[in-house]
Design a protein around this ligand. Sequence first.
Ligand SMILES: [Zn+2]
Ligand SMILES: [Zn+2]
Length: 445
Amino acid sequence: MSETLILRGGRVVDPANDVDVIADVVIRNGTILSLGEVEGADTGKEVTVHDAAGKLVTPAWIDMHVHFRDPGFTDKETLTTGSLAAVAGGFGTVACMPNTKPALDSVRAIEDVIDRAKRDAACAILPIATITKGRSGREAVDFEALARSGAIGFSDDGDTTADSAIMRNALEASRKLNVPVIVHCEDKVLASGAMHEGEVSRRLGIFGIPAAAEEIIIARDLMLADLTGGWLHVCHVSTARGIELIMEAKARGVRVTAEVMPHHIVMSDEWVGGERVMHNTTAPDGEDLEPAHPYTKVNPPLRPVADTVGLLSAVKQGQFDIFGTDHAPHADEDKFGGPYEAAASGMTGIELAFPCTYELVRAGHLTVNELVRLWTHAPASIFRLDRGTLTPGAPADVTVFDPEHSWVVSRDTIRSKSANTPMIGMTMRGRAELTLIDGEERYRA
Ligand SMILES: [Zn+2]
Ligand SMILES: [Zn+2]
């Protein structure tokens, strides 16, 4: 590899520095050297030029919520395949959830992920540790030891930690250690259904999950954050009332951050009914799916259109701190062969996330700067990562995105080991064409 790389003539967007200009980005020795116009004569030898005209050049995107299934469920995904999907999706850094087997509840398990990620992964992988041993909900982990070993937060994602006393302890530890408790909010007793409880679930005859099952736990966890002064990070908020509760708590000064997933904004429970309407966008809709297609099953479930609108409105008001993907690959044998109720929950999403949210820009809901900030500078500043910016001197984690590239979602175009997305067969607009980490090319279309 030559020493200097020039990304020539793209639209360079770096929200950390309020930059949005047509410019060249010069990368040398793994770091950003400069932004601006490079004269042809200065390019000399030992210089590679990548033509980025008409493309978006941004810091590589950051996703604080993925499931790479490794160790334990490597038929679905591994650190390697997940990271290859990540860089193909334009992501340079991800945080992986600990619902593996064994769960990431020990210093040894955290160190193992860190070591193997360094060796085997195409992107940076930051491990999240569990809140309870074995994710059993019964006994708290050693928060301090896990944070010291490199866990960037604590989560029993996949489940709510039902024991409020353990949650209180976790949030007390969070305050002392300054790392978040990352919560999946779902009242298990109320949430015994398989999709959102409403008109569509009644029509399909599928037992539903009321919105209240999520909102009750959001409310509890906000109260515990208020009580303790700990840092609560609420995962995948899927209802309009859910984000309202968080907004009220923020206004009272509770330390809470919140994330929203693209699928909860562009998809609704009508998808479970078979209609693939790209809500809140001008993107082409998909052809109808069979009703109750297992790929539409996700937790929290796809909600009614009114919630997609409410979530988007909160994004526009700046009430969501970050986007995330909840990339949740599953092998087809975990999805098919039984009733909808028995199918595993989750969608693969890291390669679809940015194009889906870019549709919010096309539809006029967000500016490019707002969009890129939610995927870069926002998570980097909240989680104190030395990434997410093109500031000269910063590590050269850069993504070049071609907004006009049209492609069809299929097993052949998805790099993840699993292709369980209800967008299968649909035409997407926009795709990452180059992903650099520390100046090194990790993905090229
Ligand atoms: Zn979850
Ligand atoms: Zn998750």
